[in-house]
Ligand binder design. Sequence first.
Ligand code: SF4
Length: 994
Amino acid sequence: MSGPPSVPAGNGMEGPGALEALGARVSAARADAEARGETFYPGASRVHLAAFPPKERWDDWVELSSRAWPAREERHYMLVPTTCFNCESACGLLAYVDRDTGQVRKFEGNPEHPGSRGRNCAKGPATINQVTDPDRILYPLRRAGARGEGRWERITWDAALDALAARIRAAITSGRQNEIMVHIGRPGEDGFTERVLASWGVDGHNSHTNVCSSGGRAGFQFWMGIDRPSPDHANAKVIYLISSHLEAGHYFNPHAQRITEARANGAKVIVLDTRLSNTATHADYWLSPQPGSEAAINLAIAGHLIRSGRYDAGFVRRWWNWQEYMAECHPDLPGTFDAFQRVLAGLYTGFTFEFAAAESGVDEAVIAEVADVVTHAGSRFSCHSWRSAAAGNLGGWQVSRTLFLIAALLGAVGTEGGTFPNAWNKFVPRPIHVPPHPGVWQELSWPLEYPLAQNELSFLLPHFLKDGRGRLDTYFTRVYNPVWTNPDGLSWMEVLTDEDKVGCFVALTPTWNESAYFADYVLPMGHASERHDTHSYEQYDGQWVGFRQPVLRAASERRGAKITDTRQVNPGEVWEENEFWIELSWRIDPDGSLGVRQYYESRERPGDKLTVDEYYGWMFANSVPGLPERAGRDGLSPLEYMRRYGAFEITRGQGGVHEQEVPEAELAGVRITPLGRAYSAAAPPPALNIAPMGAPEPDSAGRRPVGVMIDGVIRRGFPTPSGRLEFWSSTLAAWGWPEHALPGYIRSHVHPANLEPGQLVLLSTFRLPTQVHTRSANSKWLDELSHTNPVWIHPADAARLRIARTGDLVRVETEIGYFVAKAWITEGIRPGVVACSHHMGRWRLDDHAQVSAGGMMATVDLARHEDGWAMRAREHVRPYQSADPDTARIWWSDTGVHQNLTFPVHPDPISGMHCWHQAVRVRPAQPGDAHGDIAVDTARAREVYREWLAMTRPAGSVSPDGTRRPKWLMRPLKPTAGAFRIPGAVAGGAESSP
Ligand code: SF4
């Protein structure tokens, strides 16, 4: 297979040599500065940037007005921290609140934030665009005509709350709990919404994770019981990335700055990315594999480690579940480690460099060289795979499972410079009230066909509703735009406009979007500086907790004002979700008879409603170790400390939790299984939504797993059934997929053998670093930076397909339709592969133009014909008059194309992840085609849905114990044990009736 050479990159002036030289100069400058007695920023960032305002001066920070120059005109600011909400990294922001006007003038980085350390990407400062967006939604609205007609009436919050509370109460009291659903795109918080639903007794949490990261998560979860890696990039010798982590991957700003530090210290960066991403341009080795072949490369490297004996046998012996594997799969062999090593040596013999080269198209010598570099990493091997390949391919979850195999062979787990389970580098504080698990099971999100799905089968909801599997009485979306974000968006539109399927659709959103136009209620929620949340993410070997807050509330309170409702300081009647959910829950159960109200009552003033001050005040005072003491040293309460500084670092240098000895106090009545799992009556039950990890089941006597016996010592281990790293997954084996129980290679649905002659692979999963999914349509700076999504195409393909030049229109045909876009002819993509960012192609119907005048949306005509849907842009973006003079300066018109509409659903039968890559035909645009055109046949989309559904092995057939899903697997909202049982199933067996 021919392809672009995958060669060590960066040998020129712009390459790693230059960066290392820069790093050396920075280090030298730092040493010189220290020698001169200069101090570094003393806060959590610990970096030497004089531009960070010292926190002692945050009450009255003075800057000179740039516009008044050369006159020296002072501007006085109060600096108030909050947290960015424009991606999942949760970087710290400092709002510059003008002391004269009381308004936010700008956002910059918060140097007190230990994760982002004062730095942001372009999307952080662009928060000011969202706050001042002249087109934002400021008041509660109710539709005044038919759904989607574009007619709205302003209503009071009271009217909206009373109407919704009545619906939800009626659903709960009439046993229709499963008709309530809250569908969340960007959570931006840890567990608040899940607990709201639990308090209602509703299993109604839905997410976007199966169109985002569940493929990557599943591979990690099967290994370690925890679904995310936490790479200690800063201390690594080798950094191995399957995604664009320096520019747009998971936690990319916090990770990127640590990867950059490691590079300055000599670390090698290996990037597997079919597309020449910005990250790939900074790599020491850029491998551009055939999409879907990444696991084959990982296995060739793992095979090399095994064949050469260059793996950490001591770590493997102590921490892999090899004894269980030998007992179950090789009962005829001695259960010794020697015997296991002999078996291991034979498992991956077929995964040679030659095989990986044939599958991937990457040069065999380059793979061998990369393997050698990996070999020398030792335990300083940090790795990450997130969306990218794991989100693109059938069997993509094996990409992260095989990646972690390399780390597990090197013993680079929980080590300095290695890869940690994320739960060790994350801290989720316990809230004031914890409701019990709901006693119902939502089959629209967790259907029987997908017992091992990592997350909710969210993107199949329209098909399940069309199947008649259920209906929704009240459907909330929150920071979620299903028509635009998901594949097969027109099927979403079909069900969202059908009141028999969705009785009431409530969009909680700060901005208009393609889905909100079809809502019954549009309720305005705040941006990053207008709401409360807590969050904590794995960004280095430490734990921190961050606080998002309404900055004008905090500023007012610093000046002595008493704020009792965030709407008092937000623009218009923009609210926040915490107070909204508290108020809605109170109205669902005003007299407490449903048992809901108790979770929203004050402890300080029994009978009164809980306030956000008490909620967070209790949390920070009672469940964040060290925070009360630290705040006390400044004479502050814990809540005052968090309102003033925005983040708190709990630990640094956490180390390998699995190696910790379990204290004697937790070992009362301990029972050790023959394979070493330790169960104890003293182990506490897992709390609802507190631990982001698997929760292995108690034994028959009700004792809970507390650790694992390793060489005579009971250590914490991992939250897997075995307590060890699960090289062999008993879960996959027992639940119908024994052939995939080991890390392995599943050929993708877009493997060359599965393509028809003339088809190419479309990569549709990559992000632009300067855009947010839905909300950046209203960020003018970001729109000016990025406003189109051309189709990347290699010159060889362009020549073959008679596409003459960049900018020519091409028609990209999928299984269910086509889209028309501009071509970008570039050598930055493999021949045979095309790529298109999923960030563009925002649209609104003409009817909706009256409610959203500007933004980055094309106004389109959308029509349904006999053979499907057709969309055409009537008007692209143009300058317009508004309260913001910049909207009259828009110089571009392109808005890109909404390619996701033309993709059918591709649910992976194991992980449930939507497999985004598409087999497509690309041809020059046909006569009459226009940029942005879309054609979709939703009847054909139904057929593709059924084809993929047929690949599943439903729980009714494979469940070993009559339950719907292994109880130990993570689930954002976990029902009671009884709800896990399949109706009609017999204990210890599968379903007894169809
Ligand atoms: S990486 Fe950028 S968008 Fe994401 S939280 Fe940080 S500043 Fe915001």
